[in-house]
Ligand binder design. Structure first.
Ligand SMILES: [Zn+2]
Length: 245
């Protein structure tokens, strides 16, 4: 991608030029990350770009504004900390309170009324996020691990150990030695899906692959597995942005 060209003289937005070997015509592309990109075929006379842009000025300004605004909103949202944490899997919704104090770390404590308080350097968003992720881990240990053990007993699918992780793209996994890793973000999705994730991983203690033997076992224990499987693929999108960092 070329350098950003300043367009003050013509009162046009800044843009980046990109030469594409496949492009047959000039085309304009706007994304939140790159801003305006002018894609030109190889050998195109780039001195023609400003006049092309001035013809499309209205379209560019309208879309640039819309796309950049949405992108910035998303960025700031991703940095925001929650005021409320719904733990759908266990049916609790926690309120989160932040108390600024002259203390370099964050202390976290709960009260009886489903409120979790962070106390200390709460202006540091990353510190708060880390404190909250430790808190979620503890909740997963307390509520999700017993659930996993219960399903394991009921279905007679034993496992070795369980570890709690904060994976970015998977809900859970099973190793060759029948150790399970479960994602604490499971706390934020409906209980029926958590149940299915656990059942699915426990079936891997018997079949390590996704063979028809594996799916046969899953289907036997959970006839509605297809629906849950597809719901899980989209459940990531419902998670709040702060939990992904
Ligand atoms: Zn699997």
């Amino acid at each position: 991608m070329g350098n950003i060209t300043k367009n003050q003289r013509l009162d046009l937005p800044d843009f980046t030029t990109k030469v594409s070997l496949r492009a047959k015509h000039v085309w304009l592309k706007i994304t939140g990350e790159t801003g305006l990109v002018v894609v030109v075929p190889k050998g195109f006379d780039t001195s023609r770009i400003p006049s092309l842009l001035s013809k499309e000025k209205e379209w560019i300004e309208r879309n640039l504004h819309r796309i950049i605004t949405r992108y910035r909103q998303y960025q700031s949202f991703a940095n925001e900390l929650p005021e409320e944490i719904p733990l759908k899997a266990i049916g609790h919704t926690w309120k989160v309170k932040y108390h600024k104090a002259a203390c370099p770390e964050i202390h976290l404590y709960e009260d009886d009324a489903l409120t979790v308080s962070l106390w200390g350097d709460v202006e540091d968003v990353d510190k708060c996020r880390i404190a909250l992720s430790f808190w979620l881990r503890a909740k997963a240990k307390r509520y999700l691990v017993p659930l996993l053990k219960k399903i394991s007993r009921e279905k007679m699918l034993p496992f070795q150990n369980v570890s709690i992780k904060g994976q970015k793209t998977i809900w859970a996994s099973c190793t060759q030695n029948k150790n399970l890793n479960i994602n604490y973000k499971l706390l934020m999705i409906p209980p029926i899906l958590v149940h299915y994730v656990f059942l699915h991983e426990l079936c891997h203690t018997r079949h390590m692959d996704h063979s028809h033997h594996f799916w046969g076992l899953v289907k036997n224990l959970e006839p509605g597995y297809r629906e849950y499987d597809s719901a899980l693929r989209t459940a990531w999108r419902a998670l709040p942005a702060w939990v992904h960092k």
